[in-house]
Design a protein. Structure first.
Length: 454
């Protein structure tokens, strides 16, 4: 089973040339864009943070879990998924500035004896290719996870070496953008080696977390930090699982808080005062441009050409950060739900802070339907042989599972009409008297009737 790892990094659309006419009401603006998400059951809870010039604000929303009425704390920890690649990109730039490596070094030069990363038709994969997703390597390694609920925990040193030896570039390195978590994981491992560290967390603490005062940013959590880790939830909002990435941590293994990520954002906005200034500037340079994709080291450039952006997702968390150095503004949001809904909120919030006339995203709010009215809808519904919906009732409501797919929660518009969060689709149950006769799936402009068979 292949696992979709650490979320997407597609460039967010932000308008170019944004100048605020007046200083916005920071609290009011953040609330206006975040409260609709908090009230719609799209995510369990989240923390939003903004930097706007000299001002900074961190605000929590929602709750820690559906059974806990208290909201997350401002310093609650979250898995940040692919935002880890920003730290790995900065660690690469730091190693370059210190003379440990060069961006154009072949990866093979820094691997242990006996471990070979195969070249593509004689051309080596370079370190810069790993950070810009132009290595030609696939998104994931080809091995199957031993535990689908914690799919990367098995990546000890032997598994990492095996993944490197098994990896094959599918196209010429440096020519095509193709997002690769495998490549980023290999880069984190290489940087551990050249810095003489035994783990990615040791490297992260020595070179970034301690110098930058990021006390809540780590891969391996001590007892106190573990107590502040928000409990994970999957895309349905059901309890999820933490992920442990071992030697693949450079691709997505970091945990952090919004306050720490705002410190990281301030470093991007004003690097001059930091010993890491040269490394930060190197990460923000354009190292690859092609077919609508512009990459720094770790960073993606949005289509406005000036906004730095990255998102991340694991099995129970989602993260988003947007930074506009020219405007001294940044937005960061972390949630303990594996849902990208916060991305659009973060983008619109940033646009508003920069003076654009944009409205908060709208999220449909489900209605309450008594459990005894849901029970008659449970059953099996068939379109054709081999294509069926299995509708079940769980603690939090109805779930529908189409043949060959996971079960996704249904949200009620009425006692017989429901919508999905995961895709743009809805389901209507049709009754003959008191009996449910069929369900109709509405998707992509089509109506597909499924007859109840039991």
């Amino acid at each position: 089973m292949k696992v979709h790892l650490f979320g997407l990094a597609a460039p967010t659309l932000v308008a170019a040339t944004l100048f605020a006419q007046s200083e916005p009401d920071l609290e009011g603006t953040v609330d206006r864009f975040c409260r609709p998400l908090a009230g719609a059951e799209v995510v369990v809870g989240f923390v939003a943070g903004v930097v706007h010039g000299e001002r900074e604000l961190v605000r929590p929303y929602g709750r820690l879990s559906w059974g806990a009425p208290n909201p997350p704390a401002a310093d609650s920890l979250y898995e940040i998924g692919s935002l880890s690649k920003l730290f790995t990109g900065l660690l690469l730039a730091d190693a370059v500035e210190r003379g440990l490596v060069a961006l154009d070094d072949p990866v093979q030069r820094h691997l242990p004896d006996g471990v070979t990363l195969q070249p593509w038709r004689g051309e080596h994969i370079l370190l810069r290719h790993l950070s810009t997703h132009t290595s030609g390597l696939p998104r994931l390694a080809r091995d199957e996870p031993e535990n689908p609920e914690d799919p990367y925990a098995h990546y000890d040193i032997e598994a990492m070496h095996a993944a490197i030896a098994d990896a094959r570039a599918r196209r010429r390195p440096g020519t095509v953008y193709e997002y690769s978590n495998l490549g980023a994981g290999i880069l984190g491992y290489v940087l551990m080696r050249v810095n003489g560290c035994s783990s990615y967390d040791e490297l992260l603490q020595q070179r970034l977390a301690e110098p930058l005062g990021l006390r809540d940013t780590a891969v391996e959590l001590g007892a106190e930090l573990q107590t502040r880790l928000a409990p994970p939830h999957d895309a349905n909002g059901d309890p999820g699982h933490e992920w442990h990435l071992a030697m693949m941590a450079g691709a997505g293994g970091i945990r952090s808080t919004v306050p720490d990520l705002l410190k990281f954002a301030r470093l991007q906005l004003a690097p001059a005062a930091s010993p890491l200034a040269a490394a930060v500037r190197l990460t923000q340079q354009r190292h690859f441009e092609g077919k609508g994709q512009v990459l720094g080291l770790g960073w993606h450039f949005a289509r406005d050409g000036s906004t730095l952006v990255h998102s991340g997702q694991t099995g129970g968390y989602h993260a988003q950060i947007l930074v506009v150095p020219a405007e001294q503004t940044a937005v960061c949001m972390l949630t303990n739900t594996a849902s990208g809904a916060i991305d659009l909120v973060a983008e619109r919030l940033l646009q508003s802070l920069l003076g654009m006339d944009v409205a908060p995203p709208e999220f449909e709010r489900p209605v309450e339907v008594a459990r005894d009215r849901l029970e008659p809808l449970v059953g099996t519904y068939r379109l054709v042989a081999g294509m069926e919906f299995e509708v079940t009732l769980r603690d939090r409501g109805l779930y529908a599972q189409l043949t060959g797919q996971p079960a996704w929660r249904l949200y009620a518009r009425s006692p017989t009409e429901f919508f999905y969060r995961i895709v743009e689709a809805s389901i209507a149950f049709e009754l003959d008297g008191d009996e449910v006769e069929r369900l109709v799936l509405h998707q992509n402009g089509r109506d597909m009737p499924y007859r109840r068979i039991e």
